[in-house]
Design a protein around this ligand. Structure first.
Ligand code: ARG
Length: 461
């Protein structure tokens, strides 16, 4: 197809340049935004008397049929440099001269700035809503496990008793921050750039506010050079998603460990597991490994966007065409990951008994045992040392703290009495941690209520 810039050039461009220059293979997915933006622009041009009402109507209905034909699959997006030239070329071939008037008072620079903003705004909403769904699933499963005691770990060593609900709510809190970040990004980027022109706006008497209202943006960008070249929202979006992927990846790592035979805390549903081609016994958590692996792509996309723009003088530079594949990859990765993680999580089987056994075995009540002595007046440091010696003795004997007879305990410290067994009982250890944010059932119920309230009030993007 003919180039948009005929007139100035006396030769065809080299094929190798065409290939490097073309963005249609990826920006084709902006067709919806491009057409919506063009419709609003054409309506505005007609309203302002820059083009006739008749041409305005022809353009709008022409664009409408192009949209329908693309969606029906009868119009293939091909044969142009980018989505903007594609739409304009098809329009002109269908409606003639009126099509050639569409690009009045506009540049592809502000057009692509508009399209990408519209796209990112919509995708933020989708990712936001899936993140809310994940939080909802975490709340539902947490509610069933406020009394399910398990070891909490530091350095992957059994540390202190927590509950499964407490663990799930830790992830829910991470995701709530992700939602807030996404919402903030959307709020900051909600500005309409069209009318910035190539960089220096336009001499035509356009009505930017009218286009802004038609397209549902909160306000106008305030500087045309910034308007065409601002990609902060892409970086912020990728950053929000990178952090979100860190959280999903950590949760996946947790589940990978927990499905191993060393832990056996959970078992994935067959529908969300894979097997081995050679080892018949294998049931692998590939979903989790893929999400953990894919987090790296999103970090890479963020780096692409940051590096793409750091050396660019004002205003538009073609380097900026590189923004799209990075943004699309972020979107695809996040949507895919969340769409599979949610049902995988919902259908996962929990082996409470194994969690409890692990909790019984790792001296995770040692701090509570020291606290027991401290509450009887022993300085914490002395209590700590005494329990350390007691634990070393138990390891030698192959028993747990709760197995040791009272007379034996008293050899380590005379203040041990019968009530120690209640104090170091795992259920007690968890229940006593009843401060805001703690793992006690009452405290976790409050955490669940807080997340549920957030979902109720801010569940919609
Ligand atoms: N395909 C271009 C992009 O993605 C559209 C804007 C092109 N502008 C230009 N002056 N060549 O950034």
């Amino acid at each position: 197809m003919a180039k948009l810039w005929t007139g100035r050039f006396s030769k065809e461009t080299d094929q190798s340049l065409d290939q490097l220059n073309a963005s249609l293979p990826f920006d084709r997915r902006l067709y919806h935004e491009d057409i919506a933006g063009s419709m609003a622009h054409a309506r505005m041009l007609a309203k302002q008397g820059i083009i006739s009402d008749q041409d305005g109507e022809k353009i709008v209905s022409g664009l409408q049929t192009i949209l329908e034909d693309i969606e029906k699959g009868v119009l293939k997006i091909e044969g142009a440099e980018d989505i903007h030239s594609f739409v304009e070329q098809v329009l002109t071939s269908r409606i003639g001269d009126a099509g050639k008037r569409l690009h009045t008072a506009r540049s592809r620079n502000d057009q692509v700035a508009l399209d990408l903003r519209m796209y990112v705004k919509e995708k933020i909403d989708q990712i936001y809503e899936l993140t809310i769904e994940m939080m909802q699933a975490l709340c539902e499963r947490a509610q069933q496990h406020v009394y399910t005691v398990m070891p909490g770990y530091t350095h992957l060593q059994r540390a202190q008793p927590v509950t499964l609900a407490h663990v799930w709510m830790a992830y829910a809190n991470m995701l709530r921050r992700d939602c807030r970040r996404l919402k903030n990004t959307k709020m900051l980027m909600d500005e309409m750039p069209l009318g910035s022109g190539a960089l220096a706006a336009t001499t035509y008497p356009i009505d930017r506010q009218y286009v802004c209202d038609l397209l549902g943006f909160a306000k106008l960008t305030e500087n045309s050079m910034d308007g065409v070249s601002d990609r902060d929202y892409c970086m912020e979006f990728a950053n929000d998603c990178a952090i979100l992927m860190v959280h999903l990846s950590r949760m996946c790592e947790e589940i990978i460990l927990w499905c191993s035979w060393e832990f056996r805390f959970v078992e994935l549903d067959d529908a969300f597991s894979t097997g081995s081609s050679i080892m018949p016994q294998k049931k692998n958590p590939d979903v989790c490994e893929l999400i953990r692996g894919k987090s790296g792509r999103v970090f890479g996309d963020l780096m692409t966007l940051l590096s793409m723009q750091k050396g660019l003088s004002l205003a538009y530079n073609k380097d900026m065409q590189e923004d799209k594949e990075a943004v699309f990859d972020v979107v695809d990765t996040l949507l895919h990951s969340l769409q599979v993680l949610i049902p995988m999580f919902q259908t996962m089987k929990i082996h409470e008994e194994n969690m409890k056994q692990a909790a019984l075995g790792g001296f995770i009540n040692a701090t509570d045992c020291a606290d027991y002595l401290t509450k009887k007046g022993v300085p914490f440091r002395d209590a700590y040392k005494c329990i350390g010696e007691l634990v070393a003795w138990c390891i030698k004997q192959g028993c747990t703290l709760q197995d040791v007879e009272l007379s034996q305990l008293q050899q380590f410290h005379p203040l041990f009495a019968e009530d120690v067994y209640h104090a170091i009982d795992l259920q007690t250890c968890v229940e006593q941690r009843n401060v805001p944010g703690g793992p006690a059932p009452e405290a976790v119920k409050q955490q669940i209520a807080s997340i549920k309230q957030f979902i109720r009030n801010e569940g919609k993007a």
